[in-house]
Design a protein around this ligand. Sequence first.
Ligand code: SF4
Length: 481
Amino acid sequence: MNILHGSTRAAQSSPAVAFKAALINPYELGRQSFNLAAPAALLKAAGFDVVCLDLTLQKLDPDVLRGAGLVAIHLGMHTATRIAVAALPKIRALAPSAHVCMYGLYAAMNEALLRGLGVQTLLGGEFETGLLALAGRLRDGDDGDDGAQREPLVNFSRVAFVTPDRTGLPKLAQYAHLILPDGGAKITGFTETTRGCKHLCRHCPVVPVYEGKFRTVDKEVVLADIAQQVAAGAAHISFGDPDFFNGPTHARKVLEAMHARFPQLTFDATIKIQHLLNHAELLPVLREFGCLFVTSAVESVDDGILDHFDKHHTRADFERALTLCRASGISLAPTFVSFTPWTTLDGYLDLLRELVRLKLQEAVPAVQLSIRLLVPQGSYLLRLPDFVDRLEPFDSELLGYPWHHADPSVDALQREVQAVAIRMESATRAEVFGEIWRLAHAAAGRKEPSLDGVDPGPPVPRLSEPWYCCSEPTEQQLQSF
Ligand code: SF4
């Protein structure tokens, strides 16, 4: 990898000309993307004519793309990458003379595939630096004639962020919103205080790119971004950091300032179990500053699988973190990789029983109980002895290494649970859980104990589009552009 460390390379300071840069976000869990708004602001400040398209809510618009000299597509997650690959021919047809760049976490990881599709520039890590340099040289007429990318594939140098520019995006109220346990709703803003992660969980897509590093966004930039979203109607902020407590001091300073300025504003964040335990003294502080719920990548209740993932927490740690959160008045929304090559039918039943025992049926959306381990290019799982032997060759359509469980009935159950999650989308979480409970017991040849009268746990605040990282896109998403 061509990796740049050191100071930020400034954009070229050419006089402003009408060079058009189009930024496209294929999908980001229904959130209004920081990673579209942040580069939009930097490019505009450097004199570029910037247009944005968010395929979550918009179609590829010929008028918007016409005349673009640069099309930059944000690949923040697996689903976005699949949609981007499907949309690429249409984007090329609508902007035939544009230089095509893809940026974000999944751009660097899928370098070979994306270059094979003719994507000229790929930018990972702190991508804004490279994006500014690329736009600058294209404006200056330097498209490169050797086909080689000039900008580093992965950049870790700090970006001098300015307030993200969200003016070119659909209205905040059209995006995913907070749903309260009483059925009320709040317009939700989305921002980030950090990127990357200091941990090395083997299954995590952040790890092959950031390799244990994280970078902060200036407190003042985060606060200005929050303020403009409050002005646009946000009553809740969802922090999109891979882990909000990678920099607990930074997080606390942001929250203190946010709460002082907007005392009614609530928020949620993603924090790993290990951090919830190590910084338990901060949980009441989070609550005081307006935290409604914390999403945590629990992944499994099987200590052996947690060890394969190198998660640095155990099943007992999960329960301790849940108890601490509840004692602080914060809901915990655990996420899971429910199906792995190590999952057994009994292990899956064990997960369901644990959710019943911990009264978490209402806290876990069905999609979490259907997620199947994805093994992307560069995954640290590939470093596990013997793991590669379980995989098929890389599948460029799936963007991963396919695997089949040694017990076909586990794969069959995963497909059934996934179908239930889609079919019962409008049912209550407890109803869907009951159906998955029945299916899992049938698959294991067991009679299911009745859940009648069992407390499903308190309903929890949640976003209208459930969080997931590595699930497959639906056909509808793949054709949405
Ligand atoms: S799973 Fe979470 S804690 Fe682990 S490396 Fe990824 S972002 Fe960091």
